[in-house]
Ligand binder design. Structure first.
Ligand SMILES: [Zn+2]
Length: 72
């Protein structure tokens, strides 16, 4: 709902000029897509953390067997 910067009259969103005083309306700011955040971090950060956690669990569980395979 942009108000006319000149006379303060409300104008419909699609109006390019104020219907009352013909002042050019400020262009509505294009909405930037904000990255989805969780606890202040972008989701991809959490995705990386999740992958690292999975890798860590795998290494913890499988590591000893992989690093020091018992013959037989
Ligand atoms: Zn106006």
């Amino acid at each position: 709902m942009p108000d006319c910067p000149n006379c303060g009259t409300w104008n419909p969103d699609d109006k390019l000029v104020c219907w009352r005083c013909q002042t050019e309306m400020p262009k509505p700011k294009p909405e930037k897509k904000k990255p989805v955040r969780f606890l202040g971090m972008p989701l991809w950060t959490w995705a990386i953390l999740a992958v690292m956690l999975v890798v860590w669990v795998l290494i913890t569980c499988m590591g000893p067997r992989l690093l020091a395979p018992v013959g037989g």
